[in-house]
Each structure stands twice: as structure tokens, then as C-alpha cells.
Design a protein around this ligand. Structure first.
Ligand code: S3P
Length: 188
């Protein structure tokens, strides 16, 4: 993993920041708070996918996971390219790192923060959100499949991240955003 912070000459407010991590890691909430701290707009790739092709659950139902991935790949590559002209905090859906060319684009981005937590914590968080009707996640149907998917994706997050915050879901979103902002500015 490439080091972030003091060793990097780049300025996160000039280049933007990308948040990656598995479902339930709090990317959208932390991203919103981080954007506010950095004075940048917040962009949620899942919201861009939905604006492009309709609700994620419906895309999965009608086109399957591969149909969803096609839309996701196109939208995420576009959003990453846009960061050059319009710096933002960009949060990616948990599976965006499964695309080889998305990972290549992420490796070229100066600030890619991986929000991580033990998979049991992530599972608890997504099932709680589902019970409250907050979010439909087609790939969070059962715990064993969820955990296997998490294991499969770990090397991809590792490959693209310039910094990792491991307390996602256990520490508050405010703490996470503060940690990320300080790390990016080289204060930690
Ligand atoms: C997915 C994660 C979701 C969403 C879609 C697929 C995944 O985003 O993109 O349901 O493959 O992990 P979050 O990570 O924001 O839940």
C-alpha cells in the first residue's frame, strides 16, 4: 500500500479523495462529513448509478449482477475522470473495485481511503439498515455469502488504498472523517 499524508506532495482539496470499502463501512456518511471538512462536494457513485439506470435493486432484478456491473463500471470510470476538473469526495459502491480498469484508475489517484471493519460488524450494520428499510443491498442476502465476498475483495481494497481506517462502524462517522482529514493533511 502506498503511504498517504506527509510523504505525498498532493493536496486532497485539489485532487479529490475516493472512499472505498465493503458494504456497511459507512462510506456515504463518512464521505459527507469528510467533504464538509475539506470544503469539497460529496459524490456518491451509487446515487450516480441510480440517476443513470434506476434503483439498484431493480437493476439487479431486471439485468442481474452483470447488468449492474456494466452500468457501475461506466459510471465509476466517468466519475473518477471528472475528479481532475472537479475535485470532490467520491464514495464508491463496495463492488466497484472488482473491475480491473477501475482498480487501474484508482491506483493512479493520489488519495484512496479504504474504510474497513471486521466483517461481523459490517454484517450487523447492513442487516440493521435493511430492517429499518434504509437500504436494499441485493448482495447482502445471507451472512456466509457476504463474508465470502468480503474475503474475495480484500486484496482489491489493499491494492488500491493509499490509507486505511480500520475502525469503520465501531468509531463514530465524525471520528472517522476527522481521522481521514488529518491523515490526508499529514497530521497523523
Ligand atoms: C454493492 C454494494 C452497494 C451497491 C450494490 C452492490 C457490492 O454499495 O453498489 O448493492 O457489490 O458490494 P454500498 O457499498 O454503498 O452498500
Amino acid at each position: 500500500m502506498a503511504p498517504a499524508g506527509t510523504s505525498s506532495p498532493a493536496d486532497p482539496t485539489a485532487t479529490g479523495v475516493v472512499l472505498v470499502g465493503f458494504m456497511g463501512s459507512g462510506k456515504s456518511h463518512v464521505g459527507t462529513l469528510l467533504a464538509r471538512r475539506l470544503g469539497l462536494p460529496f459524490v456518491d457513485a451509487d446515487a450516480l448509478v441510480e440517476a443513470d439506470a434506476g434503483p439498484i435493486a431493480t437493476i439487479f432484478e431486471e439485468r442481474g449482477e452483470s447488468g449492474f456491473r456494466e452500468v457501475e463500471r461506466r459510471v465509476v470510470l466517468g466519475a473518477l475522470a471528472d475528479l481532475a476538473d472537479r475535485p470532490a469526495v467520491l464514495s464508491l459502491g463496495g463492488g466497484a473495485v472488482s473491475h480491473t480498469d477501475v482498480r487501474a484508475a484508482l491506483r493512479a489517484a493520489p488519495f484512496v481511503v479504504w474504510l474497513d471493519a471486521p466483517v461481523e460488524v459490517l454484517w450487523r450494520r447492513v442487516t440493521r439498515a435493511a430492517r429499518r428499510g434504509r437500504r436494499v443491498r441485493p448482495l447482502a442476502a445471507d451472512e456466509a455469502t457476504f463474508a465470502a465476498l468480503y474475503e474475495r475483495r480484500l486484496p482489491w481494497y489493499e491494492e488500491v488504498a493509499t490509507a486505511v481506517f480500520r475502525g469503520a462502524g465501531e468509531r463514530s462517522p465524525e471520528e472517522a472523517a476527522g481521522w481521514v482529514a488529518d491523515t490526508l493533511r499529514g497530521r497523523r
